[in-house]
Design a protein around this ligand. Sequence first.
Ligand code: EPZ
Length: 419
Amino acid sequence: MQKLIIKGKKDLSGKISISGSKNATLPILAASILANNVKIKNVPLVKDILTMIELLNFIGLKTKLSKKKNIIEISNLDKNINTLAPYKLVKTMRAGVLVLGSLLAKYGKAKVSLPGGCAIGTRPVDLHLFALKKLGAKIKIKNGYIIAEAKNGLKGAKIKFPSISVGATENALIAAFKAKGKTILKNCAIEPEIKDLISFLKKLGAKINFNGRTIIIKESKVKNSKIIHKVIFDRIELGTYMIAGALLAKKKLFIDKIDPKLVKSEIDVLKKIGVKLIIKKTSIIVKKGGGLKRINIITKPYPHFPTDLQAQLMVLLTQAKGESKIKENIFENRFMHVPELKRMGARIEIKNKTAFIKGPTKLTGAEVMATDLRASVSLVLAGLIAENKTIINRIYHLDRGYEFLERKLKNCKAEIKRI
Ligand code: EPZ
C-alpha cells in the first residue's frame, strides 16, 4: 500500500497547470459507445479514466491511449460487442453505470452491475432507472445487476427528475440520443461537465437544446465522421489548488489552463473568507490571505458551492478566525475526513449533517487514512500546513482523481513524497 509523506509549513509558490476534468471525461467516454470514431483530448491520466477505458475494451470497443499527449482514440467497429458492465469494473468506479444509456440506445439491451455504495453514501441509481423506464426501457434487477431492454428502441418522453442528479441526467441524455420523437428532461443537473457532454453529443449529431434546468433532445442520427473533442478543465482540482494557495502561498501561486467563469461560487466564497485572488482570463493568482474570516456554507448542485470541495474548504476554515459552519446537503456521509483532521488537532464538531469548525487552530502532523477521493486531498492540504510530518495511507483514493498531485505540489516547493 503506497503512502504519502508530507513535511508541513513549506511556503507554496510557482505555477500549477490544471488537468482535464475526470467528471467530464467519464460520461464522454461512456457516450463514445454511440460513435464510430472519436478522439478525445485533455484526458486526465487518473485511475477512474483507466477503469472506464478497461470497461470500453471489455464491451468490445478499440481504444488507444497516448499517455504523454493525454489523448484517447476510440473506435466502435460493432464487432463482438458485449453489452455487459461487470461487477469487477463497476464496483471500483460508480461511473461505470453511465454505459447503461449508450448500450440501450445503440444495442437495445444492457446488463450493468449495480454500483453499490461507497464511503460517501449508498448512492442509489433509482433516478437513472426512473428516466430510462420513462424512455420505454424494460428494467429488472437480478443478482446485483441491472438488466435493461428496449427491443423496439427507446421512445422520447417528458421526464421531470424528482431530485437533481448529475449521473442520472447524463444517462438520460445519452439514452435519448436515438429515442423516437422528442425527449424533454426537467430539473436536470447543469454542471459544466454536463454542458461538456452536450457539446460532445452535438458533435456526434445530437439535436439538443438547453435552457436553465430543461434539456430538449430530438431523435438524432450519429455522424460517422471522426469526432474530435477537448475535455474542459477540472474545476474541482482548480478549487483544491486555490485552497492550497490560500493556505500557503506567501508569495503567489499561479494556476493556469482554466476558465474562472466556471468557478464563480468558489471564487466568491474564497474572497468572502479573505483570500487574495487575482482573476485573469485563463488563470488565477492566489495569495495566502492575512486574517481569514469564518463563513457558513451549504453544499448544493451547480452553480452553488460544490460538495466535491467541501472537505478541502473545511481545512481552510480550520485557519479562519471564529466558528464556521458547513452543511453537507448532497451526500449523507461525506464527513469521513473529520475524525482524521481532528487527530491532527482540528476543532470540528458534527451535528446532523452540519460541521462546526473553530479556528484558527494549529494542526500537527500525524499518521492518517484516506477514505474517499476528496477526503484524501483534504488530508494532503492539512499535511501541508501542519507542524512536522504527516503520513497519509490508502492514497489509491487520491490516484482516482488527481493527476500528478505530488509533482504539481513539488514544483511549487512543497515537501511531499510517495513511498
Ligand atoms: C457526480 O456523482 C460526481 N461524479 C461526484 O463526484 C459528485 O460529488 C456528484 O456528481 C455531485 O455533484 C461523477 O461525475 C463521476 P448525483 P453522481 O447523482 O452522479 C443521490 C468526485 O469526487 N442519487 O448527482 O453519482 C445521490 O445518492 C465524485 O469526483 C439518488 O438518490 O452524483 C446523492 O446523494 C464524488 N438516486 C445525490 O443524489 C440516483 O439515482 C447526488 O448524486 C442518483 C443519485
